[in-house]
Ligand binder design. Structure first.
Ligand code: PMT
Length: 421
């Protein structure tokens, strides 16, 4: 018997061809997949492709005389465990959000009681339009789960957010949603499936207390000047937001940041590496996971002046610097039983090699290695390009939003915990 029954809805965008790969991956994962397409989607991929792979009639139009089922939108929609839309256009999102049911796919959405997951793909301007964003928000409020589009080069040759997430990640998220739904139904004794939205799938960190360092530190030279770096806090706060959304209780120790901490997390402010170190050590006994996402200064002026340093005709000035405490190394050294320790490595060359060395030297469970020289990666961007390293694995990820990278990292943490860490 198939593990899960998936209704795969394909709407009309250039990424429609990727739905074929999603179908194959779902089948490999043991799912029974039925496909429905919008009329526009058939301009990009022939229904015959899906029919050949599923051995089932592909429904485009309820009223088509070739359709073997006279009330297909009801039967299709009520015999699935998940309705997964890949790719979702701005148009189908707008129809779902507004209850328009003028074709098979939009009627199916209204008629289903299964959870719904949507993977949008469209031009950046269309994705960022307030109308599209309003519709997405409304659907999220209705309990629909989104696999957000990522940044990258689009079919229209522009670069921006709107590219379909990797098919492997879409399928991984769909399977996670289905597992969580099965667990929830088992726990609650619920027979019929219901739309569960974001919260249930994300409860996999409900037992974790996650402590995260975020942003850059400032090391005073005098009351006016300091040494710092370009960290905006976006990466660390993305991890915080994702962990909180998955049920964790989250504390951030934040240095200088260009963005505000997410809601639902406890935020402790620290300026220098020393202050960040002390704040972390005070919070550490409560934590079950530590993530060092901050860019902590490695050196600080040995003797910060109490008053503003005068130039006094000097052409050069020498600052004596001393090493700051290594927060991550100290956390790892003093770890209590069960604490998972994660570091980031900001590198410019030999990225994975140097990250592995850091991992060994500091005794880490996971390292997120980011190559900060790549466009769209590193400091003060909304996206990142990283490789997630564990003691037995190496997951090289493409350009994606920092929020999605955060979820990928949290998936590894969950895996480590499930493996008995
Ligand atoms: O904040 P953003 O603008 O979003 O940018 C994100 C980021 C590039 C800052 C982030 O993705 C990142 O890579 N953070 C780590 C940057 C860094 O300082 O790497 P590192 O190789 O110097 O340090 C390795 C690890 O040790 C890091 O986890 C760091 O937090 C930790 N460390 C380093 C020195 C120190 N004294 N104490 C530490 O805890």
């Amino acid at each position: 018997m198939a593990k899960y029954r998936i209704g795969l809805g394909v709407s009309g965008g250039i990424a429609a061809y990727k739905a074929v790969e999603v179908l194959r991956l779902l089948q490999k994962a043991g799912c029974d997949v039925s496909v429905a397409m919008t009329r526009h989607a058939t301009e990009f991929v022939q229904p015959l492709t899906f029919r050949a792979l599923t051995d089932k009639h592909v429904i485009v139009d309820d009223y088509d005389p070739a359709n073997p089922d006279p009330i297909a939108h009801i039967n299709f929609s009520q015999n699935i465990d998940l309705l997964l839309i890949v790719p979702a256009t701005a148009n189908i999102i707008a129809k779902f959000a507004n209850g328009v049911a003028d074709d098979f796919l939009s009627s199916t959405y209204l008629a289903t009681t299964a959870p719904v997951m949507i993977a949008p793909a469209m031009n950046t301007t269309m994705w960022e339009q307030p109308a599209t964003q309003r519709n997405v928000e409304r659907l999220k409020q209705d309990g629909v789960y989104f696999v957000e589009p990522v940044a990258g080069e689009l079919a229209c040759k522009t670069v921006g957010t709107g590219k379909l997430e990797d098919v492997e990640n879409i399928v991984a998220q769909a399977m996670r949603l289905l597992t969580a739904e099965t667990q929830r139904r088992g726990e609650n004794g619920i027979e019929s499936s219901q739309r569960l939205g974001v919260s249930a799938v994300q409860n996999d960190l409900a037992n974790e207390k996650v402590l995260i360092t975020v942003g850059g530190t400032r090391e005073a030279i005098d009351p006016v000047r300091f040494i710092s770096n370009h960290s905006s806090g976006k990466m660390g706060f993305a991890v915080a937001e994702a962990a909180a959304a998955r049920g964790a209780s989250v504390t951030v120790v934040a240095g200088e940041t260009k963005v505000a901490p997410p809601e639902n997390v406890k935020a402790v402010r620290a300026v220098s590496a020393k202050e960040m170190h002390d704040a972390v050590m005070a919070e550490l006994p409560n934590a079950t996971v530590f993530v060092g996402a901050a860019a902590v200064a490695d050196y600080a002026p040995a003797n910060a002046a109490d008053a503003k340093i005068k130039k006094d005709g000097r052409d050069t000035m020498t600052l004596e610097l001393e090493k700051t405490p290594d927060i991550l190394a100290d956390v790892s050294k003093n770890r209590h039983n069960g604490l998972i320790v994660v570091g980031f490595a900001a590198e410019t060359n030999n990225v994975v090699e140097y990250a592995r060395l850091k991992m060994a030297k500091k005794g880490l469970d996971i390292v997120v290695a980011n190559d900060i020289t790549k466009e769209g990666a590193g400091f003060n961007t909304d996206t990142n390009i990283a490789t997630i390293l564990t003691n037995g694995s190496e997951d090289e990820l493409p350009l994606m939003s920092k929020r999605d990278l955060a979820d990928r990292l949290l998936d590894q943490i969950v895996k480590l915990r499930n493996d008995g860490k």
